[in-house]
Design a protein around this ligand. Structure first.
Ligand SMILES: Nc1ncnc2c1ncn2[C@@H]1O[C@H](COP(=O)(O)OP(=O)(O)OP(=O)(O)O)[C@@H](O)[C@H]1O
Length: 285
């Protein structure tokens, strides 16, 4: 028995301990509505009353120069900001009208419904490809029978655009894939818990141009199933993948705020604010 075989069977055994077997629903994409979100690290205020609606089933790109608070804003959208020691927050984030920060809501519930993909692909390197896909389910405490797991692995790897490349080696280690394939594996892992929103923090910044285009294609294909919010420094990418854009700026030591937001085509072809025009045309940042 190889290492990957033994890992795979351990994981299977964990799932098979289930006394009750769950079925996964197929939820519709949700609208995320940030209302007057401010964020601090200690006494350093980095976001000031940011309000933005990210419509269901659309791709919203967050753009702006380095340090203007895009990643911080993204992390307020699924309660990851509060993991940083001394970080604090004001405002509301509504997922289809329900405040994810409401005291009666569990943090794990928000994270399950609002998944995240990071800059650097972070699969579990020694874990098999199929177990990487299923790993998030374990964390949310849900157990599926074997047939449902097999279906879920195929479905999510297909949606992430990776199935045909890995279907004959599902029990091999995730760490053996290329960087672009690893990022698509991480997207499949996020999709396996059936999120309603997927947050992506510069998901292509560690990838070559070919892998980048493949991920962009995946984003476009996913948009009907899940609302996507993506941070990107690449203006061509924002134009290629997003329906809407929000331009963030932190001017002269002030906290980050949104200068302008709207349909991507308007933001690039007919921006209302000269600072937006300067930024999207590469004159600063
Ligand atoms: N963990 C942290 N502790 C303290 N300050 C932080 C932390 N993370 C970010 N900051 C500060 O918050 C501000 C916003 O950072 P953030 O990473 O959100 O900006 P960004 O627009 O995403 O930047 P980039 O495009 O370079 O990733 C910056 O001043 C940054 O130094």
């Amino acid at each position: 028995m190889t290492d990957t075989d033994s890992l795979a069977s351990e994981f299977d055994a964990w799932f098979d301990q289930a006394t009750a077997v769950d079925t996964l629903d197929d939820p519709a994409p949700a609208t995320l509505d940030a209302r007057a979100v401010s964020a601090w690290f200690g006494d350093h205020k980095v976001l000031d009353r940011v309000s933005l609606t990210m419509p269901a089933g659309q791709v919203t790109a967050l753009i702006g120069p380095s340090g203007c608070g895009k990643s911080t804003f993204l992390r307020t959208l699924n309660r990851m900001h509060e993991l940083v020691p001394k970080a604090s927050l004001a405002g509301e984030v509504l997922l289809d009208d329900v405040d994810i920060y409401d005291a009666s809501r569990r943090i794990t519930d928000a994270r399950r419904q609002i998944g995240m993909v990071f800059q650097k692909p972070n699969p579990f390197p020694a874990m098999s490809i199929q177990d990487n896909v299923l790993a998030g389910l374990g964390l949310t405490g849900r157990k599926l029978d074997r047939a449902s797991r097999t279906d879920l692995v195929e479905e999510t790897l297909t949606k992430a655009g990776l199935w045909t490349e890995v279907k004959d080696r599902l029990r091999q280690a995730g760490g053996g894939l290329s960087g672009g394939q690893q990022q698509r594996l991480c997207i499949a892992r996020s999709l396996a818990v059936r999120p309603r929103v997927l947050l992506m923090d510069e998901p292509c910044s560690a990838l070559d141009p070919t892998s980048t285009r493949r991920i962009e294609q995946t984003i476009t294909e996913l948009a009907n199933d899940v609302t996507i919010v993506i941070v990107t420094h690449n203006m061509q990418q924002a134009q290629r993948v997003s329906d809407r854009c929000a331009f963030f700026l932190a001017e002269a030591g002030t906290p980050g705020a949104i200068v302008e937001h709207g349909p991507t085509q308007d933001m690039f072809e007919n921006p209302q604010d000269p600072r937006t025009s300067d930024y999207v045309n590469g004159r600063f940042g």
